[in-house]
Design a protein around this ligand. Structure first.
Ligand SMILES: *Cc1c(COP(=O)(O)O)cnc(C)c1O
Length: 387
């Protein structure tokens, strides 16, 4: 079908890039070793910190989020070190595979892809580790494959309750800039993030926020590292520059995106995401369908996973919605392929965009022959009528 108007990019990343950010990125590339760049670099390296809830260093890589995963591991760990991972979904599975591939010894605690990391399981595993062989706990804050958010403060408390010295490494690739996050207050050692989700940029930048404890670990960590090494990065960052060519135009975009988050106010950004998530769940349940997340405390504010009834293929429904209504929805990943679709409601987004998104989903479900209650969207619209 020929499409007119704007495409609805309602996948949970990459998200809709605001026009302001696109225009900022259209400026000519500058000399990344000149004084003008150093000013930009310095400004951004400071302005990014509140989004992480940190006063500690944040490093920026010219890479997708996967690079920052690797950076978090290779800077803090040594070959054969034991790490604890939790099977919250597809992304947690990929990160643990990377850890194995890098020569770490991974304990992967199984999960059902409908719950976050159980704080009690963390406490049990760490208190059983009397030899203190576990060097790091890896947690995906917002599991983008399922729409389940793990409770980081409770996980921190669980670690502290055992007195275990393991580092806490957290992936916030689909939560940073959308969901409340406090690197310092929550005692996270390395926070991993990416540009193309809550930060409203195109793909291509990734981040590590680094605690003092993580920095100390990096002095003795023995995994091979070069491109990802924090040391030359932090040294150059002191002068607002980078040890190799940065993604200059993405940094122009980042400066603009950070201004937008600051203008709205982070508390308002977080409240907006929760409100849109709540409205989305009202629609899904109104249709008579099931939200994948099975714990009311763990619903993601940035995306919603929707189970399709037996006998229906979620990918066919997505294909119909793309063809008819020019809207991209997230696919089920890994073992959820065909079983769910995911509605992204994060980034540069508003009430009418959500109303349009939910209308498109509802019409697509009807066209696909999924038996739903077509008054379902009303509960969402009623929610959006209230502030
Ligand atoms: C998107 C995502 C990744 C992968 O990031 P890339 O930018 O595709 O490398 C990892 N973890 C989570 C939670 C994600 O949402």
């Amino acid at each position: 079908m020929t499409h007119t108007g704007r495409h609805f990019l309602q996948i949970p990343g990459p998200t809709n890039t605001p026009d302001r950010v696109l225009r900022a990125m259209a400026a000519p590339t500058m000399d990344h070793r000149g004084p003008e760049f150093a000013k930009l670099g310095w400004e951004i390296l400071q302005a990014i910190k509140p989004v992480f809830g940190t006063t500690q260093p944040v490093v920026i890589y010219p890479s997708s989020g996967t690079g920052a995963w690797e950076a978090a591991l290779v800077n803090t760990l040594s070959p054969g070190d034991k790490v604890l991972c939790f099977e919250t979904g597809h992304f947690a599975t990929l990160w643990q595979e990377m850890a194995e591939g890098l020569g770490l010894e991974v304990e992967f605690v199984p999960g059902d892809w409908r719950h976050g990391v159980a704080p009690q399981a963390v406490a049990d595993k760490l208190s059983a580790d009397t030899e203190r062989t576990v060097k790091a706990v890896l947690v995906v804050h917002n599991e983008t494959s399922t729409g389940v958010t793990s409770r980081i403060p409770e996980i921190r408390e669980a670690i502290d309750s055992t007195g275990h010295p393991a580092l806490l490494l957290v992936d916030t690739i689909s939560s940073l800039g959308s969901l409340e996050y406090k690197h310092d207050e929550w005692g996270v050692d390395v926070t991993v993030a990416g540009s193309q989700k809550g930060l409203m940029l195109p793909p291509g930048l990734s981040f590590n926020a680094i605690s003092e404890k993580a920095l100390a670990a990096s002095k003795t960590a023995k995994l091979t590292r070069s491109f990802w090494s924090w040391e030359p990065m932090l040294e150059a960052n002191k002068r607002g520059v980078f040890p190799y060519t940065p993604a200059t135009n993405l940094l122009y975009g980042l400066r603009e995106a950070l201004s937008m988050l600051d203008e709205e106010g982070l508390a308002n950004v977080y409240a907006r995401h929760q409100r849109h998530a709540e409205a989305t769940r009202l629609a899904v349940r109104g249709w008579g369908l099931e939200v994948l997340c099975a714990d009311e405390r763990e619903h993601s504010g940035s995306l919603t996973g929707v189970l399709v009834p037996e006998g229906h293929d979620a990918d066919k429904i997505r294909a119909i919605i793309l063809d008819r209504y020019n809207m991209s929805l997230g696919a089920g990943l890994g073992k959820l392929t065909g079983r769910i679709f995911r509605i992204g409601h994060l980034g540069d987004f508003n009430d009418l965009m959500l109303a349009g998104t939910l209308a498109g989903v509802q019409m697509g479900l009807v066209v696909a022959g999924v038996p739903i209650d077509t008054t379902g969207i009303n509960a969402a619209l009623e929610r959006l009528q209230r502030s």
